[in-house]
Ligand binder design. Structure first.
Ligand SMILES: C[S@@+](CC[C@H](N)C(=O)[O-])C[C@H]1O[C@@H](n2cnc3c(N)ncnc32)[C@H](O)[C@@H]1O
Length: 376
């Protein structure tokens, strides 16, 4: 179901990092407060991706600590890698076209905007019209809108399963449904690593949203730390844990700004074997801390490297709806991981249409960019 395609090894490129580098040891207290030091606008807590324009009040906080100057060779590379999924568990993409996608989530067929679906749909319009739920409203990736239920009124949530983990699908105001199933390729990879390891792995899930990845990791045997700024999202994640009767699994649910959290972990010397980070383009911590992907990602990866354990198995970054090529996160990842050995593989996460039966491959829909460092 998950295919890896590799071709055209890339060429050498210099990594351009935003913050000023320092020659320094990790773990020193930050020279300047920063990221968190802006006057806080009220934090929005809807457990959603938020896409706010930059403004003078929120832009370019000084970095928490300078970037570490890395020496040594950059890791080897594999590019482009297209990680493709035909769906799994209760999810598949049925059809797409005319700026929309038709997806199956358990018992429901759902229509949502999809700006990349420039082509015409394959299936007849009556199939689309018969969907259980249709999201209308803002076509912007993170815009508000509302759900219409043409057949009968539906409740806010319904049960779903992916990779053997139970969780709730959820009609949210921001078109999302409580899970980003394109991530399944990363989750399946992580599950494999955790199950194959002959020791309990420590997994850190940054920007963890409703916790599906955390539950997959914990069910596979990992000790998981899940960080998200949204109280609401953490609440949904705990509900998901209870739904699958997984309360006994070792998951720490932490409602905090992701950057603040990893800075503290760095100072404390805590380490993780696998780190997943799925940052939005723009977000806010619980105390109004500002997250801007283009400003803060170099430092975030820099810190993530410092909190990888000596026997780490991966650092996985996904980036949605940004105006950038996967090469920008690829080269950043390679610069960050200089001297660590291993390989950086980068490309796109793609969902392939699977038709009404969930088994008939159609067109490929790109969902996000990713870059992943692995030790070999
Ligand atoms: C892109 S979603 C993550 C999706 C998730 N990894 C998945 O695939 O199900 C973004 C999440 O980041 C959280 N977030 C936004 N800004 C944050 C910040 N500064 N610190 C921590 N979490 C943040 C949001 O609350 C939201 O749950």
């Amino acid at each position: 179901m998950v295919k890896h395609r590799e071709s055209r090894p890339g060429q050498k490129a210099a990594g351009g990092l935003g913050a000023k580098p320092r020659r320094d040891m990790p773990g020193k207290p930050p020279a300047k407060p920063a990221h968190a030091s802006r006057p806080a606008k009220p934090a929005r807590d809807h457990g959603e991706r938020v896409n706010e324009p930059r403004d003078a009040a929120t832009a370019s906080a000084a970095p928490e600590r300078p970037l570490i100057v890395r020496s040594g060779e950059r890791p080897a590379e594999r590019v482009p890698v297209i990680l493709e999924s035909l769906g799994a568990g209760d999810f598949h993409l049925i059809d797409s076209g005319n700026g929309l996608k038709l997806e199956q989530y358990g018992p429901y067929r759902i229509v949502r905007p999809e700006a990349q679906a420039l082509w015409p749909p394959t299936l007849a319009s009556h199939v689309w019209d018969n969907a259980e739920a249709i999201f209308t409203g803002d076509t912007d990736e993170d815009g508000m809108g509302r759900w219409r239920f043409p057949r009968e009124a539906l409740g806010e949530t319904w049960p779903l399963q992916l990779l053997g983990v139970d969780f709730l699908g959820r009609f949210t105001a921001f078109r999302h449904v409580g899970v980003f199933p394109e991530q399944i390729v990363h989750w399946a990879w992580m599950k494999e690593q955790v199950e194959a390891a002959k020791r309990p792995l420590k997994v850190l899930n940054l920007f963890g949203y409703t916790g599906v990845a955390s539950l997959v990791a914990a069910a596979a045997g990992a000790e998981v730390t899940h960080v998200d700024a949204s109280k609401k999202a953490i609440g949904w994640a705990r509900e998901n844990q209870a739904l699958g009767r997984m309360e006994k699994l070792p998951i720490r649910w932490i409602c905090e700004d992701a950057m603040k959290f990893i800075l503290r972990e760095e100072r404390r010397g805590n380490k993780y074997d696998i780190i997943l980070t799925d940052p939005p383009k723009f977000g806010r911590g619980p105390n109004g801390e500002v997250w801007h992907l283009f400003e803060h990602l170099p430092l975030m990866l820099d810190i993530c490297r410092e909190i990888l354990s000596p026997k780490a198995l991966g650092l996985v970054l996904t980036a949605y709806s940004i105006r950038a090529s996967f090469y920008s996160i690829h080269e950043l990842m390679r610069e960050t991981m200089r001297g660590a050995g291993g390989v950086v593989e980068s490309g796109e996460l793609v969902i392939r249409e699977a038709g009404l039966d969930g088994r008939t491959p159609g067109r490929a829909l790109s969902t996000s960019l990713f870059s992943r460092w692995v030790p070999k």
